[in-house]
Design a protein around this ligand. Structure first.
Ligand code: NAP
Length: 259
């Protein structure tokens, strides 16, 4: 399917690895020019070079912490006018509810709620003026069904979800759509770190931790950045103009819910 976005410009934050990289690859495959961000310059440059070589699109990079005011300002300056925004950053650490202090909540809220909101606040006006835009926020199934060790994620991402529910309806008449993509368990560094936390907490081998998690997923495996990226590119496509304010779950059926 031609996604109808060849020649558009996208910013993908948290894009050197994992799900952000999957989104960047899929957008590039559709002919979208990219601005990519992550903190580590080396992996970011490697990703950019691989994407240029594979897809022949323009790829600019900004190595910066997008969760800081200074980092976000640098990313936004390099991005300029955009057609597509994919927001992403690392998730909060797992833990026990009784251990979380004010500072832990503040960090999670900065990274996983305020950072995507502030990026949207900066970029949406230009999209509305130009009469077209696509925003996809990478969040988590934790907004549908709470993940007990990830209470910081449950909390911060719920705030982002509420913002999107309201604002997506206010920008839709300008040809701008905002939707969230909710990953379940995808084979990335993040899931390795979460499985390692289970290994340490429960004293079991890594293979056992992976087996247990996979057994909770109807599809029986982890998702891939490629299939995640394909859904992101579709939500950013010319065909998705009627998809507004949705929370699209990509979890192999793990959230056991009728709706
Ligand atoms: P990942 O494999 O660890 O990749 C994270 C990417 O974001 C890397 O490119 C990383 O590069 C970049 N990044 C992290 N913090 C950043 C920051 N402050 N500023 C700029 N870039 C940053 O993680 P992932 O699995 O793709 O997960 C992406 C998001 O989805 C996370 O928020 C995660 O919590 C959420 N999620 C993932 C899963 C899953 O199954 N994988 C499930 C639910 C939710 P640098 O480290 O070099 O900055």
């Amino acid at each position: 399917m031609d996604l109808g976005i060849k020649g558009r410009r996208a910013l993908v934050t948290g894009a050197s690895k994992g799900l952000g990289r999957g989104c960047a690859e899929a957008l590039a495959a559709a002919g979208v020019d990219l601005v990519l961000n992550a903190r580590g310059a080396e992996a970011l440059e490697e990703a950019a070079e691989a994407i240029r070589a594979a897809h022949g699109v323009t790829v600019a990079t900004v190595a910066a912490d997008v969760t800081t005011d200074e980092g976000r300002a640098r990313v936004l300056e390099a991005a300029g006018g955009l057609d597509i925004l994919v927001t992403n950053a690392g998730g909060p650490p797992p833990g026990l509810w009784r251990d979380w202090a004010r500072e832990d909540f503040q960090r999670a809220i900065e990274a996983n709620m305020l950072t995507p909101i502030l990026l949207m606040q900066a970029i949406l006006p230009g999209m509305c003026d130009r009469g077209w835009g696509r925003v996809v926020n990478i969040t988590s199934t934790s907004v549908k069904a709470p993940l007990p060790p990830l209470g910081l994620s449950n909390t911060a991402r719920a705030g982002l979800t509420g913002y999107v529910a309201g604002v997506s309806r206010q920008v839709a008449s300008f040809g701008v759509t905002i939707n969230n993509l909710l990953p379940g368990s995808h084979d990335t560094d993040r899931i390795k770190a979460l499985d390692m936390a289970t290994v340490e907490r429960e004293g079991i081998p890594m293979e056992e931790a992976r087996k247990r998690r996979m057994a909770s997923i109807p599809v029986g495996r982890y998702g891939t950045p490629e299939e995640f990226g394909a859904m992101c590119a579709f939500l950013c496509s010319a065909h998705a103009g009627y998809v507004v304010g949705q929370n699209v779950v990509l979890d192999g059926g793990a959230v056991n819910a009728t709706l």
